[in-house]
Design a binder for this molecule. Structure first.
Ligand SMILES: N[C@@H](CCC(=O)N[C@@H](CS)C(=O)NCC(=O)O)C(=O)O
Length: 225
């Protein structure tokens, strides 16, 4: 039995890009799991894993924290349908999404994010994200960020665009972990915000639609703002 500790917002929204990576990786393997929703203030639920963040996976006797480690664990424990056929490529996409794409999206949806946490988590998120941004005027910060930030994000996606001009998925003819990494990143704003990040004629938009269709529309059907 696999248990996934997934970050939960108000109305059971599940925006975490890293938790999405783990859920999509489990789906790719055809594995089912027990869902354990956790708020920001419920870190005691993952204390057994010495984790301060979600996702955490408890698989039999194995406890794994961090989405990258979870993907590697799944490939080691369930070798059918590899998630990471090319480690260097997947690691590059992981680092690119974490350091270039996620930080480009965060300012664009930060007010939507703060608004949608569980009420009990509000004070924590205002303090922690306020410290990160240097202001608690999240609406003002988000509005200003959107003026140039959407175009900047689209420009930052160019490496993916170049791959997706030649093939349907970042991983080739079929999706694998590099696709789940970037797609998880898009599910984060999709879950929290009405803001459209991509133009319809962008090949990245077409790819995102294909990803939304995977696993019988698993991600498409998830609750969103
Ligand atoms: N490197 C970690 C990052 C996980 C992470 O930062 N998760 C966020 C949610 S998106 C979290 O749990 N944050 C807890 C907090 O901010 O208190 C991974 O890949 O799993």
């Amino acid at each position: 039995m696999i248990t996934l500790y997934d970050l939960a917002f108000d109305k059971d929204l599940r925006p975490s890009p890293y938790c999405w990576r783990a859920k999509l990786a489990l789906k790719h393997k055809g594995l089912s799991w027990r869902d354990e929703p956790c708020g920001f203030g419920e870190k005691q639920k993952v204390a057994f894993a010495q984790s301060q963040t979600y996702p955490v996976v408890h698989d039999g006797t194995k406890v794994v924290k961090d989405s990258w480690a979870i993907a590697q664990h799944l490939d080691a424990a369930y070798p059918d349908k590899p998630l990471i056929p090319d480690r260097s490529y997947a690691q590059f996409v992981n680092g690119w999404a974490d350091t270039a794409i996620n930080p480009a999206i965060f300012p664009l949806v930060v007010a939507d994010l703060v608004e949608r946490v569980r009420p009990v988590d509000r004070a924590y998120i205002v303090e922690s994200r306020g410290k990160r941004l240097g202001t608690t005027d999240f609406a003002g910060f988000q509005a200003k960020a959107r003026e140039k930030g959407v175009a900047a994000l689209r420009a930052a996606l160019e490496p993916a665009r170049r791959v997706l001009k030649d093939q349907p998925f970042l991983s080739g003819q079929a999706p694998a972990y590099p696709d789940y990494i970037l797609f998880g990143t898009f599910l984060w704003p999709r879950t929290l915000s009405k803001l459209e990040l991509l133009e319809k004629d962008d090949v990245v938009h077409g790819w995102r639609e294909r990803m939304l269709d995977l696993f019988d529309g698993f991600a498409r059907g998830a609750p969103a703002a």
